[in-house]
Design a protein around this ligand. Structure first.
Ligand code: FES
Ligand code: FES
Length: 159
C-alpha cells in the first residue's frame, strides 16, 4: 500500500499501518514541518490537509489515510501552480506572524483549508475556526490579521 503525500506516493510497510499519520510524516516521509505538540488532538500543531480538509495528524492512523491525499506545509505551495509560496504563507511573512514558529505550520494549514471554502470570512468565523490552534507565544492577533490580509489578496478575490 502507498500513501500520497504532497503528490508523491510513499510505500507503507505493513508494520507501520497503525502508527499515527504524524509519526509517519515526520519519521518515514522525513517531512519535519508538521509538529508534535500534545499528541492528543488538542493543540493543532500537527495539522495537515487530508483531501483538502484540515486534520490533526496525531489522531489518525496511517491505515485510515491510505487512499487519500495528504498535504503538509512542505507541499502547500503546490496548491497554487507556479507559486513558490502559498498566498497565505506570503501573508504570514507580510504581517511577520511567527515568534518561535513552532505552532505556525499547523496554524497555516488550518487557515488555508478554511479559506479555500470560505474566502471572505467574517472576523467571528476566523476566530471560531482558529480557536483550537494554540500558540504559546500569543501570536493570535497577527494570525488573525494575516488571514484577513490573505483573504483580501488576488488569490481569493474572485471566489
Ligand atoms: S499534536 Fe496533534 S493536536 Fe496537538
Ligand atoms: S509562535 Fe511560538 S508557539 Fe506559536
Amino acid at each position: 500500500m502507498v500513501l500520497m503525500i504532497n503528490g508523491k506516493s510513499i510505500s507503507v510497510p505493513y508494520h507501520l499501518y497503525n502508527v499515527s499519520l504524524l509519526d509517519f510524516i515526520r519519521d518515514t516521509a522525513k517531512l519535519k514541518g508538521t509538529k508534535f505538540g500534545c499528541g492528543k488532538g488538542l493543540c493543532g500543531a500537527c495539522t495537515v490537509h487530508v483531501d483538502g480538509d484540515a486534520v490533526r495528524s496525531c489522531q489518525e492512523t496511517v491505515r485510515d489515510i491510505i487512499g487519500h491525499n495528504v498535504t503538509t506545509i512542505e507541499g502547500l505551495s503546490g496548491m497554487v501552480p507556479g507559486a513558490q509560496l502559498h498566498p497565505v504563507q506570503e501573508a504570514w511573512i507580510e504581517i511577520s506572524v511567527p515568534q518561535c514558529g513552532y505552532c505556525q505550520p499547523g496554524q497555516i494549514m488550518t487557515a488555508t483549508a478554511f479559506l479555500e471554502n470560505n474566502p471572505n470570512p467574517s472576523d467571528e468565523e476566523i476566530r471560531e475556526v482558529m480557536d483550537g490552534n494554540l500558540c504559546r507565544c500569543g501570536t493570535y492577533p497577527r494570525i488573525h490579521r494575516a488571514i484577513r490580509h490573505a483573504a483580501m489578496g488576488d488569490h481569493y478575490a474572485d471566489r
